[in-house]
Design a protein around this ligand. Structure first.
Ligand code: ARG
Length: 389
């Protein structure tokens, strides 16, 4: 029997996919990745087996997701098209890595996923799989099966006793992990429609948040967040706390029209309180410790780095090379940033670092000024010289 490893979420699509593959004569092994989406994994495992999988792997990948994917993207200040902090995009190469690993272990001939043919995630999973093992086949049932609507799919599931969970009609398509939530489809496809409050899962509406601000202090060591309000914390706990705190102040909501890889524009709502706060703090600290040239150059790298994540090129040589550059830039990114949270806003209001390049005696307009203003005249003359005709 031909064996495949299916990236399984427990949702309608991948549950139907198990049956669909079995009817085509495949032995289906499911793989569930725990990236902190906060699901009942035992229930999903049982559902996979009840739905016809011969085996279900469930792996907690949260630590690896944080250390090897989130942290490098934070160090790089990777943000796609000015808004998207890339939670979904960062998770895909990690899922693919383990699909390949399980496929090898199970001696499967192919891996499979439940992505549609219109999205970015199919590209990310397949490009990564192709890089890690070019010989593995990849199957994408949603690109070829016959269901024309979600209702038809539900009908199919009912007819074949596939355990699914469609008690209430899902108005949105949601992807969630520790770093953030992506929400699309349904009414959100109307660009002129403000996102209804019910599409947000972890952030409160800024209208209803506290009428007084809250301060949090984040300390970094070489670009990695280490402390919250002066206390050492594990990065996972820090991210979870910031999601909670930031969410309660309405921080990290984005309403975005983005350029997909497959050539279309789409509208996505993002929630990423922790990612937003950590990015703001990290950039603020860099502003203090990086010299001007390095900072400006790094901004170009950040954009490229974000593109590579979005495009599914995590395991490319270019991304690996940029990592080496980014790592060097983090040498002095040690210090603390105090953030003020208030009604959906997160602003840095305090900063300190032993590596700060800010010299008060040079910047001050007060009496302790050490800046020799007479030097400015000659500097300006030489600086402007090439531009005079
Ligand atoms: N647009 C985002 C990306 O390409 C998220 C994709 C998944 N979104 C979703 N709502 N299921 O990374």
């Amino acid at each position: 029997m031909k064996k495949i490893v299916l990236a399984y979420s427990g949702g309608l699509d991948t549950s139907c996919a198990i049956k669909w593959f079995k009817d085509k004569g495949y032995d289906v092994v499911c793989f569930i990745a725990d990236l902190g989406q906060g699901e009942d994994f035992q229930k999903i495992e049982e559902r996979g087996l009840a739905g016809g999988a011969s085996k279900v792997y469930c792996k907690n990948l949260q630590e690896e997701f944080i250390d090897d994917f989130i942290v490098p993207s934070l160090k790089a200040n990777a943000v796609y098209e000015g808004k998207y902090l890339l939670a979904t995009a960062l998770g895909r190469p990690l899922i693919a890595k383990y699909l390949v690993e399980v496929a090898h272990k199970e001696k499967a001939e192919a891996v499979a996923h439940g992505c549609t043919g219109k999205g970015n995630d199919q590209v990310r999973l397949e490009v990564t799989t192709g890089i890690l093992d070019p010989k593995l086949k990849i199957l994408a049932p949603l690109r070829e099966w016959e269901f024309k609507s979600r209702d038809e799919e539900i009908e199919y599931a009912r007819k074949h006793n596939i355990p699914i969970d469609v008690t209430k009609k899902k108005p949105y398509s949601i992807d969630r992990n520790l770093w953030g939530i992506s929400i699309e489809a349904g009414i959100l496809e109307n660009l002129d429609q403000e996102p209804p409050e019910d599409c947000y899962l972890i952030t409160k509406s800024p209208t209803g948040t506290a009428t007084y601000p809250k301060y949090v202090e984040i300390a970094f060591e070489k670009g990695v967040p280490k402390k919250l309000d002066g206390k050492n914390v594990k990065l996972k706990d820090l991210i979870m706390s910031l999601n909670e705190i930031g969410g309660s102040y309405g921080i990290g909501r984005y309403d975005m029209v983005e350029n997909r890889l497959v050539g279309i524009k789409s509208r996505e709502i993002y929630e990423a309180p922790a990612a937003t706060m950590l990015h703001i703090a990290h950039r603020e600290l860099e502003a203090l410790v990086l010299d001007r040239d390095l900072m400006h150059f790094k901004e170009m790298i950040s954009q490229k780095y974000a593109e590579l994540i979005y495009y599914g090129l995590w395991y490319s040589h270019l991304k690996e090379s940029l990592d080496a550059f980014v790592e060097t830039t983090q040498k002095y990114v040690t210090g603390s940033i105090r953030l003020k949270l208030f009604k959906g806003n997160c602003v840095p209001v305090g900063r300190s670092s032993a590596h700060s390049l800010y010299k008060k005696e040079l910047a001050t307009y007060g009496s302790e000024d050490k800046f020799d203003q007479r030097l400015a005249e000659g500097f300006i003359r030489l600086w402007g010289m090439p531009y005079k005709r």
